[in-house]
Ligand binder design. Sequence first.
Ligand code: GLN
Length: 542
Amino acid sequence: MNKSSTKYVIVTGGVISGLGKGIAAASLGYLLKKRGFSVNIQKFDPYLNVDPGTMNPYQHGEVFVLDDGTETDLDLGHYERFLDINMTRANNTTAGRIYYSVLERERRGDYLGATVQIIPHITDEIQRRMRLIEESDDQCDIVITEIGGTVGDIESLSFLESVRQFQNERGRENVIIVHVTLIPYVEASEELKTKPTQHSVMRLREIGLQPNILFCRSSYPMSDDVKTKLALFTSVSKNCIIQGLDAKTIYEVPVLLEEECFADRVLEHLGLGISRPKIELNYLKKFVKGVLEPKDFVTIGIIGKYTQMIDAYKSILESFIHAGVDNDAKVKIEWIDSEKLKSEQSCKKAFKDIQGILIPGGFGERGIEGKIRASSYARDNKIPFLGICLGLQIAIIDFARNVCGITEANSFEFDENTLHPVIHLMPSQRNVTEKGASMRLGAYTCIIKQNTKAFEAYGKAEISERHRHRFEVNNDYIDQLEKAGIIFSGTSPDGSLIEMIELKDHPWFVATQAHPELKSRVGNTHPLFRDFVKASLAYKNS
Ligand code: GLN
């Protein structure tokens, strides 16, 4: 296909946020890819942050990092997990980024004295970014473009206007609109109501957009009457009103949508509905069965602060689902507030029914001492342990303090005056002052030592993982730590950065400076999660 023949499926949201547009888009991508198309997905976020890197994950959900170091919305995680492709900065753009580049150009004088306006300057920039994927990959047949937010939001307007212009330019058979909406159920009258969707489609039409397909989230099946009414008010043909029932797991969504012929309808609208062999979803069906009918279970404790906001740990939770299926078990998560781990006694109580301890990534001093206690407890009691990023730094502090006797050991992040910064800032980073720019971000190669748990898991010596952190293990302490029993199992290729550690004389205590959870995918579980769950099951059944 040549570049301009790439087709677009624009996914918009109506009525309320949180309807699972990202999962719908990712599932559609999965079903199209299964049919042999080359598919990619991009997301436009209407907020004014230049990227989500500086946003609080406890409000906005986790920051998902790509190989190229772009910090993105967690939906990109769903896209990568479902489509099994590595995305780039072309896959996620915020309104902030769009305005930023237009204003930079304005300051440079690139607009030659013209008045800079939303239409055409902002809308042109949005469309330029919509085309980035087809421009970098001329094999791409279909781009799914998810517009964040809800139709009717002031912030979404310029994006929807850009879609209108883009559709005019490229033709309605090349750019179609899937509107994801809610059909609420009213208990009192025992009815599914279509009015909110009618209104939301009206808002779309006001800006000149007519949805081709309605993707209707509802808790109960829609009757034929409901569909007829929706079709009448929205001008969407009845067979293009797709039912999106609540699924038991997100991995069931593509299976349910295939039964609804969602992808077939999309292809018909795009003029690609030529007969193709029927696809089978056996792998996914088996995976879903594995999720829903586990043979065993294991409980993993995740030690964090504000553990209520589970979207902040989205990729970790998904990785555990993948790893559970690989081990024929359900991974139950117990959220443990690190501030409650005030003594060994409180650890004992908190970890009574837990067979694995995970310390995830994190920033800031709050709750740190509790995390150090959790790491100690896992080390002393031979409980399987996985440390991710901050989790590795915590394990080093615990070991330095409690095994090597360096009682003042700390991270520079928590105490700038510590006498023993076992975790410190690299000299190259000391002068970086802008918060958004001071981190080691994106994919880095790591070389793994043979005969280690890490090597056993990965099965090879050279790996690549994604990073997002400021601080590093201080090499001045390596000898001392090594002599006392830490194995530095992974380093950067030149040996200058510690990437992975583990413990001698422990059934499974592994920590990594990277974020392995960002690379676990359906059918391609991350090996560290797989082996951590395996070790935790062995611990439970021993
Ligand atoms: N706060 C630590 C650092 O910046 C760890 C970051 C993380 O866990 N992602 O190095």
